[in-house]
Design a protein around this ligand. Structure first.
Ligand code: ATP
Ligand code: MG
Length: 257
């Protein structure tokens, strides 16, 4: 049995009397690509906020790399965040910084490393997402949506995190670019062995890149397992939610390793 990177047990979150998460439990193993899918407002992003320690559970346990996140000291929390790459929805790049400064942001902010050294790391990470030296000095506004997404992935992997959380990595992208990002997520796992949690609305993405996935509805897990297992579920919500996916997958996916 492989190492467990994230372990969430009976997680409840209530904000101002509203129950946002209602007893969520799951584990993510080392090297796994684990997707969280579900309708808007179902609680997907809220789950990831507990994993990176932005939110404390109302009750329940959240363990990452074997440590209880709500109990971490400030220093341990910094270490945790260094070990988790977070790819924000919409990329969230710093508009006033060049591409390489965005990718090397952590080192510019938290270390005394020379700019030349940081540029080198940035280039190495940009190459991992199939970008080249010519984008280093561009501003985010000069990039296409797909390139921006790649740069934000390069930034998320800059510190060699053991876990990457992608929040809607394909949102706002055309279907072809979305499949390119899917392939990139798979390649990164192959090249670096990094564990990935992918929050997505994109059913094709979820069912083609995930080792396992879970479906969240109104703060509760309604299905979890391999793509095949989840597709077999007869829960009406899942059937409706995945809709045409079955036909689409039956015809064979374009995405491969
Ligand atoms: N800071 C907050 N304060 C109060 N309620 C919040 C807060 N953030 C999220 N919520 C509520 O928690 C619920 C779950 O939100 P969450 O952002 O986790 O959904 P999601 O599944 O990520 O949705 P989407 O697919 O639209 O991103 C929603 O009802 C939302 O209104
Ligand atoms: Mg969200």
């Amino acid at each position: 049995m492989s190492e467990i990177v994230v372990k969430v047990e009976n997680l409840y979150k209530e904000i101002e009397g509203r129950k946002i998460l209602k007893g969520v439990s799951f584990e993510v193993r080392k090297g796994e690509i684990f997707s969280i899918i579900g309708g808007s407002g179902s609680g997907k992003t809220s789950i990831t906020k507990h994993i990176i320690g932005l939110w404390k559970p109302t009750s329940g346990r959240v363990e990452v790399f074997g440590k209880e996140v709500p109990k971490l000291s400030l220093r341990e929390m910094d270490e945790l965040r260094k070990n988790i790459g977070y790819v924000f929805q919409e990329g969230a790049l710093f508009d006033s910084l060049k591409v390489w400064e965005n990718v090397g942001f952590y080192f510019l902010e938290h270390t005394n490393m020379r700019r030349e050294e940081i540029r080198k790391i940035a280039l190495e990470k940009l190459r991992l997402v199939d970008l080249e030296e010519d984008v280093m000095d561009l501003m985010p506004s000069e990039l296409s949506g797909g390139m921006r997404k790649r740069v934000s992935i390069a930034r998320a992997i800059a510190t060699n995190p053991q876990l990457i959380i992608y929040d809607e990595p394909t949102s706002g992208l055309d279907p072809i670019t979305s499949r390119v990002i899917d392939r990139l997520i798979l390649q990164l796992r192959e090249r670096t062995g990094t564990t990935a949690i992918v929050v997505t609305h994109d059913m094709i993405s979820a069912f083609t890149i995930s080792d396992r996935l879970m479906v969240v509805k109104k703060g509760e897990i309604v299905a979890m397992g391999t793509p095949e297992e989840v597709l077999k579920s007869d829960d009406p919500f899942i059937q409706e939610f995945i809709g045409d996916m079955k036909d689409c997958l039956a015809k064979g996916s374009e995405v491969s390793n």
